[in-house]
Ligand binder design. Structure first.
Ligand code: 13P
Ligand code: SF4
Length: 317
């Protein structure tokens, strides 16, 4: 494998030559996270992509993330080292399905998770990520109905957090997070008394985690439903000696880096996203050498999709 000091130096040399910035999502391979200029969650990386001065953004993540970076900075070159890096959650709704759903509820506002294609974003009023979903919902008048897509677990989370009953949720899921289930969580919790929980809201076990807190089985302050970026922030301040982490296992690298004294244990150690792992060290090198794979979006779709992302970005500014 082309990883080592020479690989790293070559990557950094090419980054400079291309006037590029390398962004890596928290689920990327450790060597990719370590060579990147910035590692973070999807909202943080979108913001960095929008504000960067570099002429090229190399997005080490999945395709919808690179597409979002292109929407926010249309004049820049955006590269993804392997354009086949898709997302099962983004695949769970098409623009046509969303148009049909909207036709059934014509007065509803459409909130889409950023884990969607540009075509779906073009049919969306406002996007959200796992770190701002509750704030995005709060920006919509309480009486207005909402269509939320595509993730049913994040949808259930925002319904719970906001207490709103007028949110309809699409029946989509991410195959990795849906696979981290309540039975597994309960078993890990019994085996690790006193451990804190970090749970991504896309997980199948998010409801079980809140049940543990609600029923007094765990103290509520031990149960945290967090985006990947918020997990890193919480890791810096936690007092727990052991933390059970329910999300894609790439996350463990950043957590262990920022809090080396804490024992972070995955709830499901097979929760690996094969799409995220398509961004290999060799693919990154090829991307920088050859300028591949360039992200392009039909300008008519891009203009409409951009608005839904920009509305999201403005929240919390
Ligand atoms: P975050 O926004 O929490 O990084 O989650 C994105 C995600 O699930 C990518 O797979
Ligand atoms: Fe998509 Fe799930 Fe992979 Fe995230 S972990 S990129 S939501 S398939």
């Amino acid at each position: 494998r082309p990883v080592g000091v020479r690989w790293r130096e070559e990557v950094r040399r090419l980054v400079k030559r291309r006037d590029a910035v390398v962004l890596a999502h928290n689920y990327q391979l450790p060597e990719i996270q370590d060579v990147a200029d910035f590692t973070g969650d999807s909202l943080a990386l979108s913001r960095i992509a929008a504000g960067s001065n570099a002429s090229t953004t190399v997005f080490c993540g999945v395709h919808f993330m690179a597409e979002t970076a292109k929407l926010l900075a249309p004049d820049k070159t955006v590269l993804i080292p392997d354009a086949r890096a898709g997302c099962s959650l983004a695949d769970s709704i098409t623009a046509e399905q969303l148009r049909d759903w909207k036709a059934q509820h014509p007065t509803a506002a459409v909130v889409s998770y950023v884990n969607t294609t540009a075509d779906v974003k073009a049919e969306t009023d406002i996007c959200c990520t796992s770190s701002n979903a509750v704030d995005v919902i709060a920006s919509i008048p309480p009486h207005q109905d909402i269509l939320f897509c595509p993730d049913k677990f994040l949808g259930a989370h925002v319904r719970r957090e906001t207490g709103r009953t007028n949110i309809r949720v699409w029946d989509g899921e991410c195959h990795v997070h849906a696979g981290i289930n309540g039975a597994e969580l309960n078993q890990r919790v019994s085996a690790n008394p006193g451990a804190e929980l970090f749970v991504h809201p896309e997980c199948g076990c998010a409801t079980s985690a809140l049940y543990l807190a609600g029923e007094g089985i765990l103290p509520p302050e031990q149960v945290n439903i967090l985006s990947t970026g918020d997990m890193v922030r919480r890791a810096r301040s936690t007092r727990a000696s052991t933390v059970l982490v329910a999300t894609e296992i790439g996350m463990l690298h950043q957590l262990r880096k920022v809090a080396p004294d804490v024992d972070f244990r995955p709830v499901n150690d097979e929760a690996s996203c094969r799409y995220m792992k398509m961004i290999t060290p060799a693919a990154l090198l090829r991307s920088l050498r050859e300028g591949t794979d360039e992200v392009r979006i039909d300008p008519r779709i891009a203009a409409r999709a951009r608005e839904s992302v920009q509305r999201m970005i403005r929240i919390g500014e």
